[in-house]
Write a protein that binds this ligand. Structure first.
Ligand code: DX5
Ligand code: ZN
Length: 221
């Protein structure tokens, strides 16, 4: 089963707790939390204090996507705040192996993410150590952007790389997923699909998440 991870970047920020509860009741599998620092990406969102408050609302896994420069400085804070998955960008970490080992030392899943313009070659040496690869299918910084179409082939190539690994890391796809393209994203090999605007801009979260799951799981044999 493909997992759906609503990104709270597109939720009503004045009611984040209620919004998380609503998507949990609507069938969300993970909660995707976008952390932006205004340096690595041209936007600023939330930090460990907000995540720690939200941790009281749900038991769903918190999938924390760090779009921050030099992430090592804050890994422990995000772990203590309640992250279950911590993903860093290859473009943001100088000593990526050290960063990944630091994340794993806290007993949580360690992910690496690639911007749309970053080649899969960049993970050749770190793939052995990661629990999850996150492929960005928009340029990070904002919700509600359009899926970059050429990413489908990158997702498929990433899936082949991950499948060849004995520890089978998960493949997550983030950016521009919607009811129309989620079938293709799933077919290309995504295990976890982030959906921000597609969920939180919808009238009915339950119907929308159910439809996303149906489309993601109805693969052509
Ligand atoms: C973009 C974020 C994404 C974004 C996804 O920088 O990493 O998680 O919120 O939102 P949609 O699904 O609206 O593209
Ligand atoms: Zn994200």
């Amino acid at each position: 089963m493909k997992l759906i991870a609503p990104s709270i970047l597109s939720a009503d920020a004045s009611r984040l707790g209620e919004e998380i509860l609503a998507v949990e009741q609507a069938g969300a599998d993970w909660i995707h939390i976008d952390v932006m620092d205004g340096t690595f990406v041209p936007n600023i969102t939330m930090g460990p204090a907000v995540i720690s408050s939200l941790r009281k609302v749900t038991k769903l896994p918190f999938d924390v996507h760090l779009m921050i420069a030099d992430p090592d400085r804050y890994i422990e804070s995000f772990f203590k705040a309640g992250a279950d998955v911590i993903t860093v960008h290859v473009e943001a970490s100088t000593h990526l192996h050290r960063t990944i080992e630091l994340i794993k030392s806290f007993g949580v899943k360690a992910g690496v993410s690639l911007n749309p313009a970053t080649s899969l070659d960049q993970i050749a040496e770190i793939i052995h150590y990661i629990d999850l690869l996150l492929i960005m299918t928009v340029n990070p910084g904002f919700g509600g952007q359009q899926f970059i179409g050429t990413s489908l082939s990158k997702i498929a190539r990433a899936k082949r790389m991950l499948e060849a690994m004995p520890h089978q890391p998960l493949l997550e796809v983030d950016g521009g997923a919607n009811l129309k393209n989620i079938g293709d994203i799933a077919q290309a090999g995504a295990d976890v699909i982030v959906a921000g605007a597609a969920v939180f801009n919808a009238e009915d979260y339950q119907k929308t998440i159910a439809a996303l799951k149906t489309a993601a799981n109805s693969l052509i044999a």
